[in-house]
Design a binder for this molecule. Structure first.
Ligand SMILES: Cc1cc2nc3c(=O)[nH]c(=O)nc-3n(C[C@H](O)[C@H](O)[C@H](O)COP(=O)(O)OP(=O)(O)OC[C@H]3O[C@@H](n4cnc5c(N)ncnc54)[C@H](O)[C@@H]3O)c2cc1C
Length: 430
């Protein structure tokens, strides 16, 4: 009788676990079900390039049913509502099939629903800033930026122009820095050239970082180098400047200064999904489940936690990045197979695979092993690595072609979905 393995999440960790359990499924040892609230795997490292219109959104989303070996696992698109580790079952948000599938029982569970945005209880942050975690978020940011430019192009009032053309990114981690440099490319390589009413010197990009440095986790020399590069591009990076309050039309920083902006994007923090924070056992300060080195939940050897949701006991400081999630997914799959066969389980050891940060077109910083380099070749390396790690040949081809077209043709500035309200006059769009 095959064991029922339930995988929660179709991200880096969940997909990797499903693929690595494939041989066991072929041998009839396991029956795999993967649950996620989206029917595609999202390649998040390229999200900033969706916001800058360098890549078509669908090209970084791979339908889960099309993944290699997909026919050997059952996919259920549904939102999770609760994990009951005592009864060995997971409840879904709503009955999502005609016969009301709302409870999934399991023999082994791999929990990998990733993380969600942490607004640190800052007033107005959730309501008045753009989130930047999903494909939809990136599309919305792109359309919003272009929409503001369309307004600024024919607006005379200098104060309103300033607000429309000031773009603020809260958070100086790699997501915030990659996003602001991509927005810089869109605004300076495209908007400033095509919009007659927008001179380049009126566009302002600001990064607000609460800590004393940006790109924490990257080698200090490279972080410093990146900061100087951003300054040369005219991007204002303000460290030790936490956002204190957000409101319609801007953000107030600690000390009371207000920055007027109709586009504030929040990349400042993440925390575990509520469903993980609600699981029994110890959790770290951002709600991740603290699991043993075999990734098992305390008191539940049949439950494995992986990716952004897990803090392995000896590697709690491991960064929340894709390579860690992939290793977790692999290990969880192997340990499920070991457990079924009564073999000894393997332990997780965090080994940094290095850091690659793109600083817009033609420039990146790379730190791998003892090797550190920056500039054009680092940018080529960044591109090759990301193209190689994209899931599926079709997606690799599509992104590669997008990049090549981007070298020759202007960015695509079509606004496909109009914002519900006009940010300029507040009027509802039909
Ligand atoms: C904008 C951005 C840029 C990034 N850039 C990089 C980078 O350049 N390099 C890097 O290494 N890392 C990067 N990361 C981090 C990386 O994406 C994460 O560390 C990685 O995705 C974690 O993998 P995971 O499998 O734990 O979760 P995810 O990949 O986030 O997958 C979570 C899965 O769970 C599903 N899910 C979540 N909640 C529910 C629910 N309630 N019900 C059902 N399903 C649910 C989601 O739909 C998804 O399928 C970036 C992240 C972001 C947001």
């Amino acid at each position: 009788m095959p064991k029922r393995v339930l995988i929660l999440g179709g991200g880096f960790a969940g997909i990797q676990a499903a693929m690595d359990l494939d041989p066991a499924a072929r041998r009839g040892e396991v029956e795999i079900t993967l649950v996620a609230d989206q029917n595609y795997f999202l390649f998040t490292p390229l999200l900033p390039q969706i916001a800058s219109s360098n890549i078509d959104p669908r090209h970084i989303a791979q339908a889960i049913r099309d993944l290699r070996g997909g026919h050997r696992f059952r996919f259920v698109r549904a939102s999770l509502s609760a994990i009951d580790v005592e009864r060995h079952e997971v409840r879904l948000e709503q009955a999502c099939t005609p016969d009301g599938l709302d409870v999934l029982p399991y023999d082994y569970l791999i929990v990998a629903p990733g993380s969600c945005t942490d607004y640190f209880r800052i007033a107005g942050a959730k309501e008045f800033t753009h989130d930047f975690k999903s494909l939809e978020d990136a599309v919305v940011v792109r359309e919003h930026v272009l929409d503001l430019c369309e307004h600024a192009d024919h607006t005379q009032d200098p104060e309103i122009r300033r607000r429309l053309l000031t773009f603020v990114v809260v958070g100086g981690g790699y997501t915030g820095i990659e996003l602001v440099t991509e927005l810089h490319d869109l605004l300076f390589l495209y908007v400033a050239k095509r919009f007659r009413g927008i001179p380049a010197d009126e566009i302002k990009l600001v990064v607000l970082e609460a800590g004393s440095e940006v790109l924490r986790g990257v080698h200090p020399k490279l972080a410093d180098h990146s900061r100087r590069r951003l300054a040369r591009k005219g991007i204002e990076v303000r460290t030790n400047t936490p956002a204190a309050r957000c409101f319609a039309g801007g953000v107030e920083v600690k000390g009371g200064e207000k920055i007027a902006s109709d586009c504030v994007v929040w990349t400042a923090g993440v925390r575990a999904q509520p469903i993980v924070a609600a699981m029994p056992g110890p959790h770290d300060r951002i709600g991740r489940a603290i699991v043993n080195d075999q990734l098992q939940l305390e008191g539940h050897p049949e439950v494995f936690v992986a990716g952004d949701s897990a803090a392995a006991i000896s590697a709690q400081d491991a960064p929340r990045v894709a390579p860690v999630a992939i290793s977790h997914g692999r290990l969880a799959a192997r340990n499920v197979a070991h457990h079924i066969r009564g073999e000894a389980l393997e332990s997780y050891r965090y080994v940094s695979k290095g850091m690659l940060v793109s600083l817009g077109m033609n420039y990146a910083v790379v730190s791998i092993g003892g090797l550190r380099f920056s500039g054009y070749f680092a940018w080529l390396f960044w591109n090759i690595v990301h193209l190689y790690t994209l899931v599926g040949f079709k997606k690799q081809l599509q992104v590669g072609v997008d990049w090549l077209l981007g070298l020759v043709f202007p960015r695509d500035a079509a606004i496909v979905r109009r914002p519900r309200t006009c940010p300029y006059c507040g009027k509802q769009n039909p």
